[in-house]
Design a protein around this ligand. Structure first.
Ligand code: DC
Length: 223
């Protein structure tokens, strides 16, 4: 079974997908972490991300493995290093490149082979797994997302003004929605859930109920 969770930055996709996967005993794939790993590699090598050829050459030779919360870049665990503000500032530009997307989409499909999976990102239900069994589109207002991001950063000792975070989120939304390949868009057959006034468990409960409904309907078709 493939469950996709797409939506804008800060809507709660990772937390929801991780907990849902835990409850169901499914594999969890954070596709944003893969884009972040490419951005980190570009940053470390001083590659200008506005040069498509250099970025394409880089992504082709990187070994990126995501296993739950472990993100390995050429064998090194970069789970922490990909979450810094520098990587966050660069990653949208990296994700704009069609060759980068092509390679990562290929890796994402490989990761799902022969597995039950909960995968989260921007294009999972639209581009990567158009035949997924259940598609969720998670949203939240920009203000709520900025507040969540501020709390997350504070927990890691980074303090940033709310206004600045709000601007960053709006800019990321604009880029995510307008990229030529794999833009952020709700799939026609996705279920939209607004998380503004829902707790993490409430969101996961709703999705879990949809999964069981789906399982029943698949079972019904099989018999
Ligand atoms: O979810 P995140 O913030 O970790 O994602 C990092 C960036 O990667 C974000 O700017 C959007 C991009 N991304 C994407 O283009 N497609 C995906 N499937 C996942 C993330």
């Amino acid at each position: 079974m493939i469950i996709t969770i797409d939506g804008p930055a800060g809507a709660g996709k990772s937390s929801v997908a991780r907990r849902l996967a835990q409850r169901l005993g499914f594999y969890f794939l954070d596709t944003g972490a893969m884009y972040r790993a490419v951005a980190l590699a570009a940053l470390r090598r001083g590659i200008d991300v506005s040069q498509p050829d250099r970025l394409a050459a880089l992504v082709d030779k990187l070994d990126i493995r995501v296993d739950g919360d472990r993100v390995l870049l050429d064998g090194e665990d970069v789970g922490q290093a990909i979450r810094t503000s520098e990587v966050t500032a660069l990653v949208s530009a990296v994700a704009d490149h069609p060759r980068v997307r092509q390679r990562l989409v290929q890796l994402q499909r490989q990761a799902a082979e022969g597995r039950n999976i909960v995968t989260e990102g921007r294009d999972q239900g639209t581009v990567v797994f158009p035949d997924a069994d259940l598609k969720i589109f998670l949203t939240a207002s920009p203000e709520v997302r900025a507040r969540r991001r501020q709390a997350e950063l504070l927990a890691r000792g980074e303090s940033i003004e709310l206004d600045e975070l709000l601007q960053q989120i709006k800019e990321r939304d604009r880029r995510d929605q307008n990229r030529q390949v794999g833009p952020l868009r709700k799939a026609d057959d996705a279920v939209e859930i607004n998380t503004d006034s829902l707790s993490l468990d409430e969101v996961v409960d709703r999705i879990e109920a949809l999964v069981h409904e789906k399982e029943r309907s698949i079972g019904h078709l099989d018999t």
